[in-house]
Design a protein. Structure first.
Length: 302
C-alpha cells in the first residue's frame, strides 16, 4: 500500500472515536451510568475483537510479545477513565480541548524517544489543530466556563495516555497480525477499565440486556476498530503524524452531534472543523512528499 493509504487508515481510526460521544449521550439519556456504559463498551469490544481473531489465520506469539501488547493496552483503558474524571469538574467543551493536547504530546514523544524533530509543516499543522479545536468545541462563546485544577490535570492525563497509546501502536510488535494485536491491546484496556469500574452490570441481567445495543456500537467504534486501524497504519506513518491524523475525531463529533442529536452548531464551530481538516491535510501532504523523497533516495542508492 502507498503512504496515503496508511494515512487514511489512521484518519479513519480517529473518525471512529468521534462517533462515540453521540452514542454515549444516548446511553446516558436511556438511564445508564458511566460505569455501565464504559464497562459495556470495553467488554463487548474485547469479546468482538477475540471473535474476529477466531476467523483469522493463526500466528503464535511468545509470552513476552503477548505481555508487551497487553501492557501497551493500559493507556487505551486509562484514556477513558481519565477523560471521565475530567468531565466531573469541567464543561464538556473544555474537557475535549484538554484531551486535544494529544496532537503536540504525540510529536513530543516521537522527538524524545525516536529523535524525530517536528518539521516546520508539522508544527504549523499542530497550531492549526489546536486553534480549530478551540473553535469546534465552541470554547470562546460560552458564558459559564467551569475551570478547576483537578479537572485540568485529569484532562491532560487523558491527552497523555491517548498519545502514549498512539505512540505504542506505532512500534510495539509491528510484525504481529493486526487483528490479534488489536485484541491483545483491547484486553489490556478492558482489564484497566474493570479495575476502575468493577463490572457488576454483568451480573444484572436486566441492565446487561439493556446496555447491549449501546455496548456493541461503542465496542465496535471505540475498542475494536481504532486499535486495529492504528496497528495497520501507525507503523508506516509514525506517531507524530499519527496524532495529527487522529484529530479527525473532533470534526466527526461536531457532525454527529448535528445530524443525530440535532444539536445546534454555530458558524465558528464549523470554521473550527474546516481548520482542523486543513491542519490534517497540511501535515499529511508534507509528510507524504517527504516519504516519497526518502523512497526515491533509497531507490537511487540501491
Amino acid at each position: 500500500m502507498k503512504f496515503w493509504h496508511y494515512a487514511l487508515i489512521v484518519f479513519l481510526g480517529g473518525c471512529c472515536y468521534g462517533i462515540l460521544s453521540t452514542f454515549v449521550k444516548l446511553a446516558y439519556a436511556a438511564g445508564f451510568t458511566v460505569s455501565v456504559v464504559t464497562g459495556g463498551q470495553y467488554f463487548f469490544g474485547v469479546v468482538l475483537a477475540w471473535l474476529a481473531v477466531l476467523f483469522t489465520k493463526k500466528k503464535k506469539l511468545t509470552s513476552l510479545q503477548i505481555s508487551k501488547l497487553i501492557l501497551s493496552g493500559i493507556p487505551f483503558g486509562l484514556t477513558g477513565i481519565f477523560y471521565y474524571q475530567a468531565l466531573q469538574t469541567l464543561n464538556a467543551s473544555l474537557a475535549i480541548v484538554f484531551l486535544f493536547q494529544f496532537v503536540w504530546i504525540g510529536a513530543l514523544l516521537e522527538w524524545v524517544f525516536h529523535k524525530k524533530k517536528p518539521t516546520k509543516s508539522k508544527l504549523i499543522s499542530i497550531v492549526m489543530l489546536l486553534i480549530g479545536s478551540i473553535l469546534a468545541a465552541n470554547l470562546l462563546f460560552q458564558e459559564r466556563m467551569a475551570l478547576s485544577w483537578q479537572g485540568s490535570i485529569w484532562g491532560l492525563l487523558a491527552a497523555l495516555s491517548f498519545s502514549s497509546f498512539v505512540f505504542l501502536s506505532s512500534f510495539v510488535e509491528k510484525e504481529a497480525p493486526p487483528i490479534l494485536k488489536s485484541a491483545l491491546l483491547s484486553t489490556g484496556g478492558v482489564i484497566t477499565v474493570f479495575i476502575a469500574f468493577p463490572p457488576t452490570f454483568l451480573f444484572d441481567l436486566e441492565v446487561l440486556m439493556g446496555v447491549i445495543p449501546y455496548g456493541l456500537v461503542l465496542g465496535i467504534f471505540g475498542v475494536v476498530l481504532p486499535p486495529l486501524l492504528f496497528s495497520i497504519g501507525m507503523p508506516h506513518v509514525g506517531s507524530g503524524l499519527g496524532t495529527i491524523l487522529t484529530a479527525s475525531e473532533l470534526p466527526v463529533v461536531v457532525t454527529m452531534s448535528s445530524l443525530v442529536l440535532a444539536e445546534p452548531i454555530s458558524l465558528p464551530q464549523w470554521i473550527g472543523v474546516i481548520v482542523i481538516l486543513g491542519g490534517i491535510i497540511n501535515g499529511n501532504i508534507r509528510s507524504g512528499n517527504s516519504n516519497k523523497k526518502a523512497l526515491n533516495i533509497q531507490k537511487a542508492a540501491g
